[in-house]
Ligand binder design. Structure first.
Ligand code: PGA
Length: 253
């Protein structure tokens, strides 16, 4: 039985005061939930603060997720943050291959795979995002696109690396648009991903968690999370409001 996981991707949002308010709200609201695993994903700058607030609240059920990392462990890479640095701050998960990184920051499949490996080398669990554009969906190539993105990482890191990783299916046309994939559309791609992994390793296919991301909100979380191959959510906009995010977590509990 896979434990559901809900991760808040705060993107480039939040002041110190907002981080405090949000974490306190999520910590309190989710205190009684025992089945779902929950992670919050502030900016690099706010990770230390978030860890302090969680510790102060005794909220050790809240995990920390980073939104990105460098593929390099250290060195002359101005503006970058490495996996060992994140690990030292108690970060558990790190998002790799988010479509905003792929599109805006031109991260290739090779870069994504290198970041995936760097995360695991420091004991972080990568959340590997895959997803197709609207044009690709309309062309009927959604499955092909996500499998190509997944294969790039399998080729670089090996199938066994998926044992300590999370996948997230995030169709680009659903991110930040308010337009969610239907539960059938999401389930279909999740099934394709899991069946693909099963061809190489059935145990990993059964245990790996595949999150859905793209306009997840309180109103659609329950129907998405009730699909056979959907193991939780990667939540952007709706993770910035404590009440809404807690309600999504409850749907996964
Ligand atoms: P959204 O973002 O929930 O605001 O659509 C999801 C994501 O980008 O991870």
């Amino acid at each position: 039985m896979r434990q559901k996981l809900v991760v808040g991707n705060w993107k480039m949002h939040g002041s110190r005061a907002q981080v405090r308010q949000l974490i306190e709200g999520v910590a309190t609201g989710s205190a009684g939930l025992s089945n779902v695993e929950i992670a919050v994903g502030p900016t690099f700058l706010h990770i230390g603060l978030a860890a302090e607030i969680c510790a102060g609240k005794g909220a050790d059920h809240l995990k920390l997720a980073a939104q990105n990392l460098s593929a390099e462990p250290q060195g002359a890479f101005t503006g970058e943050v490495s996996a060992p640095m994140l690990a030292e701050y108690g970060v558990n998960y790190v998002i790799v291959g988010h479509s905003e990184r792929r599109e805006i920051f031109a991260e290739t499949n090779q870069v994504v795979a290198a970041k995936f490996k760097a995360a695991q080398a420091s004991g972080l669990i990568p959340i590997l995002c895959v997803g197709e554009s609207l044009a690709q969906r309309q062309a009927g190539t959604s499955a092909e696109v996500v499998l190509m993105q997944l294969n790039a990482v399998i080729e670089a890191a090996g199938i066994a690396a998926l044992q300590s990783a999370v996948l997230a299916y995030e169709p680009l046309w659903a991110i930040g648009t308010g337009k969610t994939a239907s539960k059938e559309q999401a389930q279909e791609i999740h099934r394709v991903l899991r069946e693909h992994i099963a061809k190489s390793n059935t145990a990993i296919a059964q245990s790996i968690r595949i999150l859905y991301g793209g306009s997840v909100k309180a109103a659609n979380a329950t129907e998405l999370f009730s699909q056979a191959d959907i193991d939780g959510g990667l939540v952007g906009g709706a993770s910035l409001k404590a009440e809404e995010f807690v309600s999504i977590c409850k749907s996964a509990d």
